[in-house]
Write a protein that binds this ligand. Structure first.
Ligand SMILES: [Zn+2]
Length: 212
């Protein structure tokens, strides 16, 4: 095993990063800078709770529901399975059935998004998402956590609200915005640590995978 087997699957937060259309964009400026003879470097950072690699709390779509404070560590630290999705439109029930999602599983979907969507100059509206029916199937299977490799579990054109409602309503914890371009399907250890926003509806997160 190499000395540093952990692979960072989070995207960098920067002014040029992709953001969800309509959400406040990321805006980072130099507040203090040694380049302008200040004594230190301090950045001013404006961003929203669903920036880059991040988690969704049930509160994101469900009024009065659980917040990021309620995240059980078990959902984001432990074994995870990365599965490759062939469908270039959506993650659908037929393909999921072959993958046999298990109760309590942390399941991470690698789609064409990792190779295509993140590489586009601007937000990709045609990213691969989890269909509403597939979300229901994941809930039936009792999956604990799902991870996806672009900015939403639901689609931009379709199933955006429905997929969130189904997964968050069942308290499936959601990791969005992963970059899985360096990851193959298989079994991994997962560490995903969201920023501690009090009562957060979501939070940017650092996510690491290590082959098991
Ligand atoms: Zn989100």
């Amino acid at each position: 095993m190499s000395k540093n087997p952990w692979i960072d699957v989070s995207v960098p937060i920067s002014n040029s990063m992709h953001g969800w259309p309509g959400n406040p964009p990321t805006f980072i400026t130099m507040h203090l800078g040694t380049a302008k003879a200040d004594v230190c470097n301090v950045s001013a950072i404006n961003f929203n709770s669903h920036t880059g690699t991040h988690m969704d709390a049930p509160l994101h779509f469900l009024h009065g529901a659980k917040t990021m404070d309620d995240l059980p560590w078990d959902a984001v630290v432990g074994p995870a399975r990365v599965v490759e999705i062939k469908d270039k439109e959506a993650i659908k029930v037929a393909e999921l059935k072959k993958l046999k999602p298990k109760k309590g599983e942390r399941l991470i979907f690698k789609t064409r998004n990792s190779a295509v969507s993140w590489k586009k100059p601007e937000f990709d509206k045609d990213f691969v998402y989890i269909s509403a029916e597939a979300s229901e199937y994941l809930v039936e299977c009792g999956v604990q956590t799902v991870g996806v490799d672009y900015l939403s579990v639901g689609g931009f054109h379709k199933d955006g609200i429905e997929t969130h409602h189904i997964l968050l309503g069942a308290e499936v914890w959601i990791i969005e915005g992963l970059d899985l371009s360096k990851i193959k399907s298989g079994n991994y250890d997962l560490i995903c640590l969201p920023i501690k926003f009090h009562n957060g509806d979501g939070a940017p997160s650092r996510c690491l995978l290590r082959k098991r």
